[in-house]
Design a protein around this ligand. Structure first.
Ligand SMILES: N[C@@H](CCC(=O)N[C@@H](CS)C(=O)NCC(=O)O)C(=O)O
Length: 206
């Protein structure tokens, strides 16, 4: 059986769990990641030198890390959840990369301040800046979804929607006065209609 190492409070871990559910693949999951189990130990670092979650392990023992790479790997090896059409494939890969590099970093300060309540994350100006940049990235998503496609790369659901869905879940679950984004909201509701979407974007996990 394949294995996933990582705590379910990590959106990057939930990406992998969501895609495995979509593909109907059974898995074992082990809680790794702070505060549950420190991944910065030799046993874990041998699998992922970053000491971060998730790690995905195939049933033959092959292990890999980087959540969006795992999404692409699973889609390609299982022959599902990536468009066959070349421009749509390009769009899916583009938004996957954007989710990791542009959309996720801005919310970190706000999340640490407003949800995790970490010491040292209490500067109102930095919270405002984090929310402002995060909002501008979400407006880009809003503009793309306003073009009318049901999913980010076109008419069919792909692994890019998993990564974006979990980021949007975080947008709605962090407590702050967020800007109204009707197309993002409708897309989020569409993703939540999928059984695996409901399961991995619950109200009680931030
Ligand atoms: N780019 C990596 C980011 C991995 C990452 O930063 N994971 C966080 C949780 S979302 C982590 O491991 N934090 C430390 C911990 O949980 O101990 C990916 O997408 O897999």
């Amino acid at each position: 059986m394949v294995r996933v190492l990582g705590r379910i409070t990590s959106i990057n871990v939930r990406k992998v769990l969501w895609v495995l559910d979509e593909l109907g693949i059974f898995y074992d999951r082990e809680d790794w990641g702070l505060p549950l189990r420190d991944p910065k130990v030799p046993e874990y670092l041998a699998l992922n030198p970053n000491g971060t979650v998730p790690v995905f392990i195939e049933d033959d023992g092959f292990a890999m890390w980087e959540s969006n790479a795992i999404l692409i790997y699973l889609a390609q090896t299982r022959g599902a959840l990536l468009p066959g059409d070349r421009p749509q494939l390009a769009r899916a890969l583009q938004w996957l990369s954007w989710q990791a590099t542009e959309l996720n970093p801005p919310w970190m300060y706000a999340l640490n301040a407003l949800v995790r309540k970490r010491p040292g994350f209490d500067d109102p100006a930095k919270i405002a800046e984090s929310i402002s940049t995060w909002t501008s990235r979400m407006e880009m998503l809003e503009a793309e979804l306003a073009k009318g496609n049901a999913f980010i790369a076109g008419d069919s659901f792909s692994v890019a929607d998993i990564a974006l869905g979990l980021s949007i879940h975080r947008w709605f679950i962090v407590p702050f006065e967020r800007k109204s984004l009707p197309h993002v909201t409708a897309y989020y509701e569409r993703l939540k209609q999928r059984p695996a979407g409901t399961r991995w974007m619950p109200e009680d996990i931030v």
